[in-house]
Design a protein around this ligand. Structure first.
Ligand code: NAG
Ligand code: NAG
Ligand code: NAG
Ligand code: NAG
Ligand code: NAG
Ligand code: NAG
Ligand code: NAG
Ligand code: NAG
Ligand code: NAG
Ligand code: NAG
Ligand code: NAG
Ligand code: NAG
Length: 699
């Protein structure tokens, strides 16, 4: 029925003679589509019997009474071809072939071209064509164009180019902003993600209409040119990830239209201009990871439209207690981490009702977590690690009201306090918590039972405290837990058998939660943007745990790190450990383990760190696999062990230096190659390695 009406419509249109297409142009279009969409995508409905002006993605405009094709608009159509050639259409003005699989060099272009969008294809080579005088919008981003970039060659003068995007290619050369000499009318300029070097040229100042200037992720160096501060129409400056140095001039406040200022990850120094708050339209200010010093400019608290304020990893200092954040009603992310700020957490932060992430970690803040933070209902991420705060229990009782809280870092920010094991505190209202760290706070008491209620908790770090008592059996039924760090406490009793049932270490029920965290976080000295990337770990080292290592531990197939060192464990090393095929680190040193080292441990192909030092083990040290890479330190302090590596021969047995078996050899060699990465990369590497291993197993 619909079809009928449609064809009836078409019929009527062509009957009326409205815009019936030019025969030559129709043929040219068909040649184009047949060479770039083989076989012809019939659903495009480019049938010779219909007027080509009605074809999908084609549009015509009347020129001297005759319809001529002016639009070729075929983004995301799975077009391909190794050598892009455009149809011969003299009136073609608007081309959008973005998000296809087109390859080849930049093709010859029609003379009346206004818009050309070839982004997200695989075009390559240098830009050695001159664009038509008419060109207005040019998007060649996200291709493989390379070579040196020479605007004087590219564009005729005077050009009316307004939008120019060549981001995400591999262009080289210096001074791309010399394009302003040729196209002074340019409004949007995006050079980001290329290999441009040298200084940002003063010729930028000629582009007095410039609204957006992006040249992040290149290798630009030198200072921010003074002429930049004269471009008063600028709404966005993004120069992050370069090697820019020198100060941010206070003339920046002349850019009163600025909404986005991203200068992060450079080597900028000096102070943040105190009057920067005059930029009243500012929404995103990202100055993190530079060498900026001085204080937090109080004027910034007047930028009522600010949503993102990132100043982490600088040399900033001074009191922040008196800052009045009450005007920042749109603020979502505040990161002042890794500076030297002092004073208490300002109460007025509680008035930022939109805030989702607060990171004040690695400063010298004192006082308590303000009780008013309980009212921040949107808060998902709080990091206060490494400060001098007090009242851990108070902090927990405040933050438990932030029901959306998913990430809570409180390590090394309290000292010598006692944590309650008291359900009346109702701390289980932290029901969305995924990460909780309270490490290095010298906390006393037992592992609190409210933690057992945190069904979404994936990472629990209580290491480096003075927590005593047993490891509670309920830990084993926490449905999401896959990183547990209880290192350096005073825990006693046996390793509960229940812990070997941790569901998230047995099968990966984390799905593909690749969601970005509001702010990145540092964990074990590495920066993570996603929770998903942490290596599954069980760290129980440096406690007073006794009894045997439960044999059921072999069930925790996903474990990559197992640390049981410096306890009072007895009995033998369970053979079942060899079932933990993802293990990269296994430390059982400093216990009272007896018996042999199971030969089957040589099957752990990803094991890069291993120690059984300082036990009472005996017999021959197994050979082969990763065991060929462990040095003497891994075994010393076991008088009854023997083997080449510790230079103690195994009685009458003559030790032959035998090569590992043939099949193992091939497999583990590739694996060893990957194992040379530091442990932190393990998860990713593990995946790659795993693939390699499977591959060899199949043979
Ligand atoms: C064919 O064209 C139609 C538009 O008419 C589009 O929806 C479809 O994705 C195209 N198929 C392929 C394989 O390109
Ligand atoms: C795109 O085209 C290729 C062949 O060129 C085909 O294998 C693939 O299935 C197409 N994809 C879609 C989404 O139509
Ligand atoms: C081209 O098409 C894509 C996909 O529809 C769109 O996002 C893009 O804005 C278009 N390009 C231009 C210059 O309009
Ligand atoms: C340039 O293109 C990239 C995609 O290749 C896009 O992400 C970016 O936003 C564009 N730049 C501007 C200023 O629009
Ligand atoms: C960069 O370009 C490649 C190739 O077109 C594309 O796959 C990738 O998504 C682009 N990256 C960004 C950040 O736009
Ligand atoms: C550009 O890339 C091509 C391959 O795509 C390569 O052969 C050529 O050497 C590169 N040119 C420059 C200047 O890097
Ligand atoms: C900024 O504006 C002030 C006052 O309008 C002017 O005196 C100064 O020269 C301007 N600075 C720059 C770098 O344009
Ligand atoms: C900030 O750094 C600059 C040089 O980078 C230095 O001249 C200045 O004295 C420093 N200011 C403070 C307050 O440390
Ligand atoms: C804040 O943003 C709103 C909406 O975009 C805008 O109307 C308002 O003028 C901005 N405020 C300032 C001070 O620029
Ligand atoms: C913060 O500023 C608001 C509005 O300017 C004012 O009403 C409030 O009293 C100030 N609060 C503090 C603690 O200074
Ligand atoms: C967990 O425990 C280890 C001891 O193995 C310690 O060195 C490490 O810093 C802890 N991890 C974190 C993230 O604090
Ligand atoms: C290792 O796991 C396999 C399969 O899950 C099981 O059959 C085997 O008994 C386990 N081996 C040990 C030593 O636990």
């Amino acid at each position: 029925m619909v079809l009928l009406i449609l064809s009836l419509n078409l019929f009527l249109l062509s009957q009326n003679g409205v815009l019936s297409c030019n025969k030559q142009e129709q043929d040219s279009l068909r040649t184009f589509i047949s060479s770039h969409s083989p076989p012809l995508n019939l659903s495009l409905n480019w049938s010779p019997s219909t007027n080509c002006c009605h074809w999908h993605g084609v549009d015509c405009t009347s020129h001297n009474g005759a319809p001529r094709v002016t639009h070729l608009w075929l983004p995301k159509k799975n077009l391909s071809g190794t050598s892009l050639t455009l149809p011969n259409l003299p009136f073609l003005a608007h081309i959008n072939l973005s998000h296809n699989h087109l390859s080849g060099l930049l093709p010859a272009l029609p003379p009346r071209l206004l818009t050309l969008d070839l982004s997200f294809n695989s075009l390559f080579g240098p830009l050695i064509r001159t664009f038509p005088l008419t060109i207005h919008t040019l998007d060649l981003s996200s291709n493989h164009f390379n070579g040196s970039f020479d605007p004087s060659f590219l564009l005729p003068q005077p050009s009316s180019l307004a939008i120019f995007n060549i981001s995400n290619n591999t262009f080289t050369s210096s001074n791309p902003s010399s394009i302003c000499h040729i196209s002074p009318l340019i409004k949007i300029l995006d050079f980001s993600m290329n290999q441009f070097v040298g200084h940002i040229s003063p010729s930028l100042a000629i582009c007095s209409n410039l609204q957006v200037f992006r040249t992040g992720s290149n290798s630009l160096s030198g200072p921010l040119p003074h002429d930049l501060y004269t471009l008063t129409r600028l709404q966005e400056i993004s120069l992050s990830n370069n090697q820019l140095s020198g100060p941010i001039n206070k003339a920046i406040v002349n850019l009163s239209n600025l909404i986005i200022l991203e200068l992060h990850t450079n080597q900028l120094s000096g102070e943040i201009p105190q009057n920067i708050g005059l930029l009243s339209k500012l929404e995103h200010l990202q100055l993190h990871s530079n060498n900026l010093n001085g204080t937090f400019p109080p004027s910034l608290t007047k930028c009522s439209n600010l949503t993102t304020l990132l100043l982490r990893n600088n040399l900033l200092n001074g009191q922040i207690s008196k800052l009045n954040f009450s005007k920042l009603q749109h603020l979502q992310a505040l990161d002042l981490g890794n500076n030297s700020f002092m004073g208490s957490i300002p109460d007025t932060l509680c008035l930022c009702k939109s805030i989702t992430a607060i990171r004040l970690a690695f400063n010298q803040l004192s006082g308590e977590v303000p009780p008013c933070m309980a009212s921040l209902k949107s808060l998902t991420h709080v990091s206060l690690t490494e400060n001098h705060l007090s009242n851990a229990v108070g902090a927990l009782n405040t933050l438990k009201h932030c029901q959306n809280l998913a990430v809570l870092f409180l390590s090394r920010c309290f000292h010598d306090e006692r944590i309650h094991n008291n359900d009346s505190d109702n701390l289980h209202t932290f029901k969305n918590l995924q990460i909780l760290t309270l490490a290095g706070c010298k906390l006393k008491g037992q592992i609190p039972t409210w933690i057992s209620k945190l069904k979404k908790l994936e990472v629990l770090n209580l290491s480096f405290n003075r927590i005593s008592g047993p490891i509670p059996a309920w830990i084993g039924s926490m449905p999401s837990l896959y990183v547990l760090n209880l290192t350096q406490n005073s825990l006693t009793g046996e390793i509960p058998r229940e812990i070997t049932r941790l569901p998230a270490l047995i099968s990966d029920n984390r799905g593909t939660d690749l969601s970005h965290l509001a702010l990145p976080f540092l964990y074990d000295k590495l920066q993570y943007n996603r929770l998903f990337n942490l290596p599954p770990s069980l760290k129980l080292g440096s406690n007073s745990l006794s009894g045997r290592i439960p044999t059921e531990i072999g069930q925790l197939k996903l474990l990559q790190v197992l640390e049981l060192s410096n306890n009072k464990l007895i009995g033998s090393i369970p053979e079942q450990l060899s079932n933990l095929t993802n293990l990269e680190k296994l430390d059982m040193s400093g216990n009272d383990l007896t018996g042999n080292i199971p030969k089957s441990l040589t099957k752990l192909h990803f094991l890069s760190a291993f120690s059984v030092a300082d036990n009472d083990l005996e017999g021959e040290i197994p050979k082969g696999g990763q065991f060929e890479t462990f040095g003497i330190g891994a075994f010393e302090g076991n008088p009854k062990l023997c083997g080449e590596v510790i230079h103690r021969s195994c009685g009458a047995v003559v030790i032959n230096r035998r090569m590992p078996e043939e099949e193992n050899d091939a497999g583990s060699r590739s694996v060893w190659y990957y194992m040379r990465f530091p442990l932190g990369l393990g998860y990713f590497v593990g995946l790659v390695g795993g693939t390699v291993l499977l591959f060899f197993k199949r043979w």
